[in-house]
Design a binder for this molecule. Structure first.
Ligand code: ADP
Length: 543
């Protein structure tokens, strides 16, 4: 029984033979499909394209004989599974029959052949072919399963490899961050202890009674400088926390860029001269005819940081800094002839805590936060810091921010300092719960001529406020033990809306300033409060 209608390929150089075989097949096998070829090459092509179930192949043919055709087909895996029945008239030639079987033929028929035997052979071969087809289908199914599984395994392997690589990167990052944190803590400890050492040591020395005025002034200056250094570190830590919490906001206003640059130059002139360096302030154009709008505090802080690095890392030569107007952008730069930065560190120095120098042999101070803070500020202003450097020759840091011009040229940048200030006859209420803070403020205020009333907390403040009608200014600490300073401010302003209340707070975070203004304060002083700043602020709001 044949499962499907078979296709038989007959290859014979004799057209009559082809016709007669075709007729026999058509008579005996219903619906049989017969393909015929008159030579070996055409036969092979038909075997490849027609996928016959059996091939009847004549041995003796001109050109390529049947034996070579059979050999070729048995070596080609696309057709090697198709059973071949060899046909020959050479009934007696035993060698030929053996050669035919050796060439790979499955069966052998001699001409003239018995039709019944031919059909029986064919049917047997078709069954063999059916089995071979099933085997091949099974094999191909298995191979596709193996292939699919192999692909799955390769994918899994690639995923594992990727996960491993990611883990290694994460591990390295964690180790790097750990290393940076340890380095940071060690640096911080050093950076904080050094000024503390100066402050504590020289405060002790100040107690000595036999100091002359020069010595006393020198010690006081050292204490003051060290305090500034400490404040700087604290401000850096606050800035970095703000940056990490995404709280960097710009506080833009119009100001004179010329004045800012001159003031920066003035501030570092002394340090530059002490190190024997030359300083060049370069402005292109030499002066701007208008004010610019930007966050002056942040811009100044960035330039200040770049400048102090330039000075710190330069032993001899020149520090140049300034701005260049480039169409609608302002480029700021600092350029030094210092130690330079090796290429492999030029990106990393913008990371938090990152310093080229590490370990105990560090020659240059610093906490490794300056550049990352500066870059975050510059990014907030719409630019990015770029560094060019040649080790041993120096570095150039630059950044560009969009130019925003202010309509009117402001004059109130000028410091309000003229004649010494005198507030004699003015009563001021100081609401302050810290004794040391109050003592200091009291000294400052009395020096300015104020009559000082003091309250330790909110309740006492309201009591004095009600009793003393001559209070004409208030310095209000916002963090009080009983009632928040903003509440007290509101209560006072409800009763006396024109009373100038100036907030004093140790929280220099973003938003604190806004809170004080929302409560109705006219001014804001962040602690530590400096004498000059206090005097200027009080002067600005006196009635
Ligand atoms: P700090 O100066 O406190 O170490 P910064 O973040 O400002 O921190 O700078 C990081 C590092 O970049 C410095 O420690 C130094 O190694 C390198 N660096 C910065 N500016 C310069 C410069 N002008 N010349 C040479 N190295 C510099």
């Amino acid at each position: 029984m044949m499962g499907k209608i078979p296709a038989i390929l007959v290859i014979d150089d004799n057209p009559d033979n082809l016709t007669s075989i075709k007729a026999v097949l058509a008579d005996s096998i219903q619906g049989v499909k017969v393909l015929t070829a008159l030579d070996g090459e055409t036969g092979i092509d038909l075997a490849l394209s027609g996928n016959p179930d059996v091939i009847l192949l004549d041995i003796i043919m001109p050109g390529v004989d049947g034996l070579s055709v059979c050999r070729q087909m048995k070596q080609d895996e696309r057709v090697s599974h198709i059973p071949v029945i060899m046909l020959t008239a050479l009934k007696t030639n035993r060698d030929i029959r053996i050669k035919a079987l050796e060439a790979g033929a499955e069966a052998f028929l001699t001409k003239p052949f018995d039709e019944i035997e031919l059909i029986a052979q064919l049917k047997a071969m078709v069954r063999i072919k059916e089995l071979a087809d099933m085997q091949r289908a099974e094999k191909s199914k298995l191979s596709s399963m193996v292939l699919a599984r192999t692909l799955d395994l390769e994918k899994e392997l690639a995923e594992h490899r990727k996960a491993k690589e990611e883990l290694i990167v994460a591990k390295n990052k964690a180790e790097e961050s750990d290393r940076l944190k340890s380095a940071f803590l060690a640096n911080m400890s050093h950076e904080i202890r050094t000024p503390m050492n100066g402050i504590i040591g020289f405060s002790e020395l100040l107690k000595e009674t036999n100091l002359d005025t020069d010595e006393r002034d020198r010690y006081v200056k050292i204490i003051n400088d060290n305090c500034q250094q400490l404040l700087h570190i604290i401000n850096d830590i606050i800035d970095i926390s703000k940056i990490e919490s995404g709280l960097v906001e710009l506080d833009t206003a119009g100001f004179s860029l010329d004045m800012m640059m001159d003031s920066l130059a003035g501030n570092c002139q002394k340090e530059v001269s002490l190190k024997g360096l030359e300083m060049i302030l370069s402005k292109e154009p030499a002066s701007l005819a208008y004010d610019i709008i930007a966050d002056q505090t942040k811009l100044r802080q960035v330039m200040d940081n770049l400048l102090s690095n330039a000075i710190k890392f330069t032993k001899e030569g020149t520090i140049e800094f300034g701005y260049k107007l480039k169409k609608d952008k302002l480029e700021f730069f600092t350029k030094d002839t210092g130690i330079g930065i090796p290429e492999q560190y030029r990106e990393a120095i913008f990371n938090r805590f990152w310093q080229v120098e590490t370990g105990l042999a560090r020659q240059y101070g610093g906490n490794g936060l300056g550049l990352s803070i500066s870059n975050a500020f510059v990014k907030a202003m719409g630019g990015e810091i770029v560094v060019e450097s040649t080790p041993g020759l120096g570095s150039r840091f630059s950044f560009s921010i969009p130019l925003a011009r202010s309509d009117k040229k402001k004059c109130d940048d000028a410091v309000h300092e003229t004649a010494p200030l005198d507030f004699s006859g003015t009563t001021i209420l100081v609401v302050e719960d810290e004794p040391d803070n109050f003592s200091l403020m009291n000294i400052f205020l009395e020096r300015l001529g104020f009559h000082v009333e003091h309250a330790w907390d909110g309740k006492e403040a309201m009591q004095i406020f009600h009793e003393q009608t001559n209070i004409s200014m208030v310095l209000m600490d916002f963090k009080l033990p009983d009632i928040p300073g903003q509440e007290i401010t509101r209560m006072m302003l409800t009763l006396r809306p024109d009373l100038p209340v100036i907030a004093t707070t140790a929280y220099a975070m973003h938003g604190d300033r806004e809170k004080t203004f929302q409560a109705g304060c006219v001014g804001y002083l962040a602690k530590p409060i400096r004498f000059k700043e206090l005097a200027d602020t009080l002067n600005r709001f006196r009635k």
